[in-house]
Design a protein around this ligand. Structure first.
Ligand SMILES: Nc1nc2c(ncn2[C@@H]2O[C@H](COP(=O)(O)OP(=O)(O)OP(=O)(O)O)[C@@H](O)[C@H]2O)c(=O)[nH]1
Ligand SMILES: [Mg+2]
Length: 297
């Protein structure tokens, strides 16, 4: 058998389930997930293997109408990911169906030459008839090579999609060792895992208005790792919320992140979190580099 290897850009609206799907295809958590829209901020490659094929899945930020500089950088990262891909997998939340936002995205996708798969996700939440109606409606709008019905959370249809992706990526040597599951460094993964807790444990706008800056990532002789991270927020009032009464919130965030990370890295983790107020963190070029985003004017 010949080896195959190719890049699949996973694009779609915020909250469609792109990161959940990438994790399901890889068979391991490589990307963070939350019920809030705009969880993913940069491109993360998840690496899935199916038979002789290595499928490089580029999880991208959800595509929406960008306002802030950070938003613009996120949307640029998403479309930029599609530009390098052998195949585009458009993930659509089957429950939300079509919307003005999806329409705008279809217009951009129409102009792209890359072959496209449509992945209707969250089929566990909708009736079959409405699924078929949505599929045929989108099929009329866009030249699609294939349509898949999946539930990234239950795993329904994921194996079929994985097989189809494996068959569709071009012949060529694998780009990564077979035991590698993502292109993120442990340092980046650690920052993402803490950020996921901000999305899960803090309300309203706060997660969007915060970022993680890694100050130190230190491998210790005993095999453990010590990680110091700053949680950047814009205002003093936000710092108070992140800390919580008597520091309870930040302890809960740190504890959950540490546990998850220890499991993902398979080693002991010492996690030190500090909250820092910096009203201008969104204008900090160095931080964009740390996050993995290009600076956009
Ligand atoms: N019921 C159901 N929920 C799902 C499914 N797939 C994802 N979700 C949920 O949808 C929410 C968003 O999932 P994400 O994977 O973070 O979505 P995303 O497209 O990566 O979102 P952004 O990174 O914000 O663009 C989470 O609460 C997931 O648990 C599914 O198949 N069924
Ligand atoms: Mg995501």
């Amino acid at each position: 058998m010949t080896e195959r290897c190719g890049l699949v850009a996973v694009v779609g609206a915020p909250n469609a389930g792109k990161s959940t799907l990438v994790n399901a295809l890889v068979g391991q958590k490589v990307a963070i997930v939350s019920p809030k829209a705009q969880t993913t901020r940069t491109r993360i490659m998840g690496i899935a293997i199916e038979g002789e094929a290595q499928i490089l899945l580029l999880d991208t930020p959800g595509i929406f109408e960008p306002k802030r500089r950070l938003d613009r950088a996120m949307v640029a990262a998403a479309w930029g990911g599609a530009a390098e891909a052998d195949l585009i997998a458009l993930v659509v939340d089957a429950e939300s169906g079509s919307s003005r936002r999806l329409e705008a995205m279809l217009e951009t996708l129409e102009k792209r030459r890359e072959p496209k798969f449509l992945v209707l996700n969250k089929v566990d939440l909708v009736k079959k008839e409405s699924l078929l109606a949505l599929a045929s409606q989108l099929g009329e709008r866009l030249a699609l090579e294939d349509i898949f019905f999946v539930s990234a959370t239950s795993g329904d249809g994921v194996a079929e999609l994985k097989q189809a992706l494996a068959a569709r990526v071009p012949e060529g040597p694998w780009h990564f060792p077979e035991d590698q599951v993502s292109d993120a460094t442990d340092r980046m993964l650690a920052a993402e895992v803490t950020r996921e807790q901000l999305y899960l444990q803090l309300h309203a706008e706060l997660p969007y208005e915060s970022a993680i800056d890694t100050e130190k990532f230190e491998e210790r002789k005993d095999g453990s790792v010590a990680i110091h991270q700053q949680i950047l927020v814009g205002r003093d009032s936000q710092k108070a919320i992140v800390l919580g009464k008597g520091g309870t919130r930040i302890r809960a965030i740190g504890e959950a992140a540490r546990k998850e990370l220890a499991q993902l890295l398979g080693r002991k983790v010492h996690l030190f979190l500090h909250v820092k107020v910096n009203p201008k963190w969104e204008e900090d070029r160095g931080l964009y580099r740390e996050i993995g985003l290009d600076w956009v004017e």
